[in-house]
Design a binder for this molecule. Sequence first.
Ligand SMILES: O=P(O)(O)OC[C@H]1C[C@H](OP(=O)(O)OP(=O)(O)O)[C@H](O)[C@@H]1O
Length: 275
Amino acid sequence: LKVRRSERLIDITHYLLERPHTLVPLTFFAKRYESAKSSISEDLGIVRRTFKGRGTGILQTIPGAAGGVRFIPTIAPAEATEFIRAMAIELSDKSRLLPGGYVYLSDLLGQPKVLRAVGRLIATQYAQQQVDAVMTVATKGVPIAQSVSAYLNVPFVIVRRDSKITEGPTVSVNYVSGSSRRVEKMELSKRSLSQNSRVLVVDDFIKGGGTVNGMKSLIEEFDSQLVGITVFAESLFSGKRPISDYTALLAVDQVDDQAKMLHVKAGNYLERTFN
Ligand SMILES: O=P(O)(O)OC[C@H]1C[C@H](OP(=O)(O)OP(=O)(O)O)[C@H](O)[C@@H]1O
């Protein structure tokens, strides 16, 4: 039974939204709706124009027999700007101040709406780059990594600071925890990352930068490449960070836990992603 265009458009949209960064051949849709490929091409043109117009994402067309379409989720600059503006106001609440210049984020990074937005923002930044895996360190970075990996349709791997027999054989590196000048160890199970992987590092917070620097070393131990580092928020840090090339959605620009004062502004995400 032939399926009407209005129904095809709804079902095509739903199918693609659920399968980001996945190549879907035209013949798949032609068979699914028992429609001509020319009709499916017109359908996809309507979806592409609507996605583009509303900032939903990019619908790539790959020509040829092995071709098809691929949905790349993105977030529109205006929506990204609005989200970051709202987050900066939310984070500038002095009740979020923690000793040592840390900011309490766990309530926000436990909200599905916030995690979906953060995942989409970071996936937009790397939408056109080859990413094979998203890496973070337990614990607070995990929900962010999961959300980014869902939008990029790649696995995420969790680096741990403690040894667990359930992780099997691991690769470990020592790193200096910036804020406390302590030498710490982090490790990743050998099976979780193959050689020559292109790895995106994400985390909730960067202070001294020791943690992300440790993950950079770990990626090198796996003979893999670091694609980029993006964190939800960066703190003020008086020392010199071992890593300076990273992206932050938000940035603490005034903090004084004695005076109970905290101000958070937009980080460098917007200019790094949309310029
Ligand atoms: O830039 P640095 O000075 O290295 O600090 C940033 C680390 C510390 C903190 O993790 P913790 O709160 O230590 O651990 P967990 O994420 O497990 O709560 C945060 O999540 C980053 O991973």
